[in-house]
Design a protein around this ligand. Structure first.
Ligand SMILES: [Zn+2]
Length: 345
């Protein structure tokens, strides 16, 4: 007898797969409980371990819908643990540039992180690299405390798929621009010794939203056939744009005193010398301006990765530990939603 492969709350029979929402929700719950348990008994693993595990789960559960390209060179010292997640229909899609941050036992995150090799704050590098790679820059927060009230404006667009014990708050997405705004305030006040104390970790956390509820791919059955997953992509793009817009508004409320990045202020105050200036959203046209109406074509680089057979492609121009490509097409395939009920998307 064939037994279903149990993935958290979802039974998956051979030939079936969970929704992205269902899997992300399960991984968030697992992270939430794992972090909570380890802080009670021992130090929990680092961000890279969680990232590796999440990519492994995605790969294992999603089959040929997922393509993972992992880069071999050790990039950690250059940019932390950045990876990219692209949700696409082979021609269009949305990319997230992700920096993971684990919540400490006391509920804080290591947002203040100066990378000496590049003489810059990790947050500014995240934004810079995201602009180059045409992604939305986000922190992926790993939490063991929750739930909280997601900020107004973000909450109303989220999908309604939640865990009964609220453990879906284990993995949440936060616009990097919120963090940039907080860091700007810190360095402009020249408060070099209050890095942890004076960042409101709790307030930033409330600006984040559960990742499954932002990246939900569950669509109610529709009259019109949508095998290209256009409606799904538009929804994900709309929610990601709202996340980003919330961060940009926070950044807009900061007076940068003529500086382009918090890194530049810090170098100026600390006499750290010059470094190549980083790109900011300030010198871009609004990245997600047309997000409500049109899907964005995939960049050439991503299309090439989609087509490439080589498991070890040449190192990318921008340091990246992995690129994960999730294909939403072929909507006739049977999905299993979070209650285990089968339906056609
Ligand atoms: Zn959902």
């Amino acid at each position: 007898m064939i037994t279903p492969y149990r993935y958290g709350p979802v039974d998956i029979w051979p030939g079936q797969r969970p929704s992205l929402c269902g899997l992300l929700k399960w991984m968030a719950s697992d992270t939430f409980h794992w972090l909570g348990d380890d802080y009670r008994h021992a130090p929990p693993p680092g961000e890279e371990t969680f990232t590796d595990l999440h990519i492994r789960h995605l790969r294992q559960a999603m089959g040929d819908r997922l393509k993972v390209i992992q880069f071999t060179k050790m990039q950690e010292s250059f940019n932390g643990a950045d990876w990219e997640l692209w949700i696409h229909n082979r021609s269009h899609g949305i990319g997230l540039r992700i920096q993971a941050k684990k919540q400490s036992r006391k509920g804080q995150y290591g947002f203040w992180y100066w990378l000496h090799e590049r003489s810059a704050l990790q947050c500014d590098l995240l934004v810079h690299d995201a602009i180059i790679t045409q992604c939305v820059p986000v922190y992926l927060l790993y939490n063991h405390r929750g739930p909280w009230t997601v900020a107004q404006g973000l909450a109303k667009g989220l999908c309604g798929h939640t865990a009964s014990d609220q453990s879906h708050y284990g993995c949440t997405l936060l616009s990097a621009f919120h963090v940039q705004a907080a860091l700007f305030r810190l360095v402009i006040d020249n408060d070099l010794y209050g890095h942890y104390r004076n960042i409101s970790h709790q307030r930033l956390r409330q600006m984040s939203a559960p990742w499954n509820q932002v990246l939900c791919d569950v669509q109610e059955p529709k009259e019109v056939r949508d095998s290209r997953g256009v409606a799904t992509l538009k929804e994900i793009q709309r929610r990601s744009a709202a996340l980003e817009q919330s961060g940009l508004e926070a950044l807009g409320r900061v007076d940068p005193e003529g500086f382009s990045t918090p890194s530049q202020v810090q170098r100026d105050h600390s006499d750290l010398g010059d470094a190549p200036e980083l790109r900011t959203r300030l010198d871009e046209t609004p990245a997600m301006g047309d997000a409500q109406t049109a899907l964005r074509p995939l960049p050439q680089r991503v299309l090439r990765l989609l087509e490439a057979d080589d498991p070890c492609p040449p190192e990318p121009d921008v340091p990246t530990s992995a690129v994960v490509l999730y294909d939403v097409t072929d909507a006739e395939e049977r999905l299993v939603n979070e209650r285990g009920r089968l339906y056609h998307s």
